[in-house]
Design a protein around this ligand. Structure first.
Ligand code: ARG
Ligand code: ZN
Length: 894
């Protein structure tokens, strides 16, 4: 049954203090939970209802004496508590079984160590509690365990005492100086080693930073530590937010449902986002680590100091913290061109994944109105679209003295903390603080309309139409908006859409912008559309301009500006806004693909002039390699498919392959130049410029292999194989391996075998090995049999989420042409794996279930076959709530 946002009620009790004692044992851990509670004076007297899940209850004492209690479903209900508003003590003794906990929520065992994951509702799997984020308490935690097996005992806050116990056991006692909701509780116990770093913050306070990993992985912690130090410095410099703890710990585990978790002072991370050295991690891994370390660290203020009142407000902390980590990564990238590359990458994720979510059965507002299972709502909408909403707020508080709105936004953040530090609040509270700190801003003037971004799902369509008046030397731009219906919302009201724009002359010169009636003459400007439609007139324009709209992707909308091919080619060649320059190329490629798909023409997909324009980008003397790599990368099959009302995945694949082959052969000499010019980079450094060079060299090598396979040339693949063997870093090595696999060259077989041999003891590299094979081109229907065979491989395990994702998800979600088989065998495999995973780990299973989100737009025979597969899953009687919610929404989309 669904939980409704409108049904929020304050808790009937507050929990002021929690004193937890753990006797850690893999099969039977004993948890003594002593709480001090009091009735909430603002709520009518009622029984105390505590959440619990998979616990064995042994004892309940109130003020030291026995009490009556009953169970109501999973809840422990206490009806005879002391009356009045005096605090009372409640003691609960339970046991649980961490080694049987395959869901990885609550307390679990991984590689013989103990870890916890409590967000969103995992704490109830540790002890009975008011498991909701608006109940904030002070925690004291004592851990007891065998000293030889679990030498390191960690929890939130400060270590206040430790020592020996009988029978080879020992203990550690931790006190967290900050109140927190229980989803931020954490403990870790095991054989771990730490990289340590002492830092002194701006204010002169000393802090200890630690990154804990398994012995043997210490040589892969330098980058995470550097990222953590940079994060601490950045939050203080950009937002004035210092580290508020003596000690800040990161611990890595190889069994983790998500990326990482911001537990107060004790972040727990998936190893994928901690461990890196040049030999085992790619540039992408290095970048992801920097951003996830930043993300979790920034939660210390946005999420922990101010938290969410209820889980409907999840984007309050996630959207804001993604915005902060994106800004951090941009600042770390440094130069403007590298910042723009990061922005393009972020938008690409938003548009390929979030726009698809908004157009499918799981569409929901940034602040949802209801959910069945909150774990299903840790989505790209909450995170990435939520971040775009925060970014628009920054844009909308800009002023002539603060063109990007950074200062205004920082003022808003300051007010937000002045008002709400230590509280559990709502998205409304956040928006109000940013607006109130910037009176007179476009945000303050339109706040209630702006907040439709929180309440309305779906991706708005923005139509733009320009009319040039030669006699008046004026140009009138008309903007209008609409938004398609989503599952629970048939009609939408207008959004507030900031449209940053510039105008170019036909020969590519930037034109000055002067709106009729205004004295301001600017190179670029942000129009704020607040109605269904509006017009804006620019004066002193000598000839019909080319508009460059939505620069920097100033709003998360689909833009339809009706620009001609010639106009897009002008932007691709000349736009000073790197995002729109990139976008022009993407749109030209996308249009070519859609045309080929809808018109069934036999000739080449890309026009000669587009190929020539792309060559000019590739050969451009001033553009960055990283930008060139993005500009020359074709839109993904999924993104192309999203433009179509009915999708034949095999045809989409064929058209994209044809485009790629065309680019590979037509630009062969240019790719050769690009490879030669960018492949040797000296000692490895993950910085933006050198990783951009490696990326372009990798793309060039890929294209050269594709062309070579076509022409039968053996020299190039031989050289690629040589690079694969000789590479001094994983990025170059993996790019070479991918080029051989993707082009289908015969050397791929040997290379894959050698790669496994070299890295068999590096779990994260073996994940790449599985993923690459599951994502390989399906030349003879052989990918699925290979995937099934790999499931039997000694290194495969369904229980390890990273491994399951690397093989199963790579096949079902990232390899459309191999997955959507006319014989439906891909769908059968999907349904089997959803059910198998659901019995182990519902959260991971529900993510896999979403691979079928787009089924109702498939052409036959795929559509009917997909429906059968989804119904097969739905027919299972004891599905988890997680999978049940995803599957029933998918079926409702029919
Ligand atoms: N708050 C974490 C982060 O974004 C994500 C935790 C999600 N966990 C979950 N079980 N859904 O950094
Ligand atoms: Zn987060």
């Amino acid at each position: 049954t669904a939980i409704q946002r409108e049904a929020y009620a304050a808790p009937a009790f507050w929990i002021d203090t929690v004193d937890l004692t753990f006797d850690l044992d893999p099969a039977k851990t004993r948890v003594l939970n002593k709480m001090r509670l009091r009735r909430n004076p603002d709520v009518a007297a009622q029984p105390l209802r505590l959440d619990g899940e998979d616990l064995n209850l042994a004892r309940v004492l109130v003020n030291g004496g026995g009490t009556s209690f009953k169970m109501d479903g999973a809840q422990l209900v206490l009806e005879n508590l002391p009356e009045g508003h005096e605090p009372f003590d409640l003691e609960i003794f339970t046991t649980c079984n961490p080694e049987k906990n395959t869901q990885l929520m609550g307390l679990y065992v991984s590689n013989d160590s103990f870890f916890t994951q409590c967000e969103a509702e995992g704490f109830r799997r540790i002890t009975y509690f008011l498991d909701r984020p608006d109940v904030m308490a002070s925690y004291t935690v004592t851990l007891r365990a065998d000293k030889a097996k679990y030498p390191v005992l960690l929890s939130n806050g400060n270590l206040v005492e430790q020592g020996a116990l009988d029978d080879g056991r020992h203990f550690a006692k931790w006190v967290d100086p900050h109140k927190k909701p229980c989803y931020l509780f954490a403990l870790v116990a095991g054989q771990l080693v730490a990289r340590e770093q002492r830092i002194v913050s701006r204010s002169g306070t000393e802090h200890l930073l630690q990154v804990f990993v398994r012995p043997g992985d210490l040589d892969k912690t330098e980058h995470a530590m550097n990222s953590l130090m940079a994060s601490v410095a950045w939050d203080e410099a950009r937002f004035g937010l210092p580290l508020d703890l003596e000690r800040f710990m990161i611990v890595a585990t190889s069994d983790f449902n998500m990326g990482a978790m911001e537990n107060k002072g004790l972040n727990i991370f998936n190893t994928k986002f901690v461990l890196a050295n040049p030999a085992t991690a790619t540039d992408l891994d290095f970048g992801n680590i920097e951003s996830v370390v930043g993300h979790e660290y920034f939660h210390n203020w946005t999420g922990n100091r101010i938290t969410c009142r209820d889980w409907f407000q999840l984007s309050l902390k996630e959207g804001l913290t993604v915005f902060r980590d994106q800004e951090f990564s941009q600042d770390m990238a440094g130069v403007a061109s590298a910042r723009a590359v990061k922005r393009i990458e972020d938008v690409r994720v938003l548009r390929t994944v979030q726009f698809a979510e908004d157009a499918g059965p799981m569409a929901h507002p940034v602040r949802p109105d209801s959910y069945v299972e909150i774990n299903n709502f840790y989505t790209v909408t909450i995170y990435e679209k939520g971040s775009e909403v925060v970014r628009m707020m920054q844009t909308l508080v800009a002023s002539p003295a603060d063109l990007q709105g950074r200062d205004g936004f920082a003022k808003g953040m300051k007010l937000y903390f002045e008002r709400h530090d230590g509280q559990a609040v709502t998205c409304d509270d956040f928006a109000q603080a940013i607006a109130d700190a910037n009176p007179g801003s476009a945000l303050a003037q339109n706040l209630s309309t702006f907040k439709r971004w929180y309440s309305q799902a779906g991706t708005p369509r923005l139509q733009a139409h320009g009319a040039y008046n030669a006699a008046e030397r004026s140009y009138t731009l008309t903007l209008s908006q609409s938004c398609p219906a989503t599952p629970d919302q048939a009609s939408k009201k207008p959004f507030v859409i900031p449209v940053t724009l510039g105008l170019l002359s036909r020969d590519g010169q930037a034109l000055a912008l002067q709106q009729a009636g205004s004295a301001d003459v600017l190179p670029q400007q942000t129009l704020v559309l607040t109605e269904a439609s509006a017009s804006y007139t620019f004066v002193n324009i000598d000839s019909e301009p080319v508009p460059s709209l939505l620069r920097g992707f100033s709003a998360p909308v689909v833009l339809d500006d009706g620009l001609s091919t010639a106009e897009l080619l002008c932007l691709l060649a000349h736009d000073s806004d790197p995002f729109n320059q990139w976008e022009a190329g993407q749109r030209l490629m996308l249009q070519s693909a859609v045309q080929a798909l809808t018109q069934d023409s036999a000739g080449p997909v890309l026009s000669d002039e587009l190929v020539a324009a792309l060559r000019n980008v590739l050969r451009h003397p001033e553009l960055d390699a990283a930008f060139k790599d993005l500009a020359l990368t074709l839109p993904s099959e999924n993104y192309i498919a999203d433009q179509l009302s009915m999708v034949d995945p095999q045809r989409v694949h064929a058209v994209r392959e044809a485009m790629r082959l065309q680019l590979a052969t037509a630009l062969q000499a240019d790719w050769q130049w690009a490879w030669d010019a960018h492949k040797n980079n000296g000692a490895y450094s993950p910085d933006a410029l050198s990783s951009g060079r490696r990326a372009l060299a990798g793309l060039a090598m890929n294209m050269l292999c594709i062309a070579a396979v076509q022409t039968g040339d053996a020299v190039t693949p031989g050289r690629v194989y040589q690079q694969f063997k000789d590479a001094s870093n994983m990025t170059d090595r993996f790019n070479a391996l991918s080029a051989l696999v993707v082009s289908g060259h015969a050397l791929a077989h040997d290379a894959l075998a050698l790669f496994h041999k070299l890295f068999q003891h590096e779990a994260l590299v073996i994940d790449k090995w599985f993923a690459l094979q599951a994502g390989a081109p399906d030349r003879a229907g052989d990918v699925l049999p290979r995937v099934r065979q790999l499931m039997q491989h000694a290194d495969f395990s369904l229980r390890n989420p990273n491994r399951a994702r690397s093989l199963i998800f790579s096949y079902c979600s990232a390899n459309p042409a191999a997955f959507h088989r006319a014989d439906a065998a891909g769908y059968v495999y999907w349904s089997e794996q959803v059910l198998a995973l659901d019995a182990i780990n519902p959260q991971v299973a529900a993510r896999l279930a979403r691979a079928m989100d787009r089924w109702s737009r498939l052409a036959e025979p795929y559509r009917s076959a997909a429906q059968v597969a989804i119904e097969r899953v739905a027919a299972k009687a004891d599905l988890s709530n997680d999978v049940r919610e995803v599957i029933s929404r998918a079926l409702n989309a029919a």
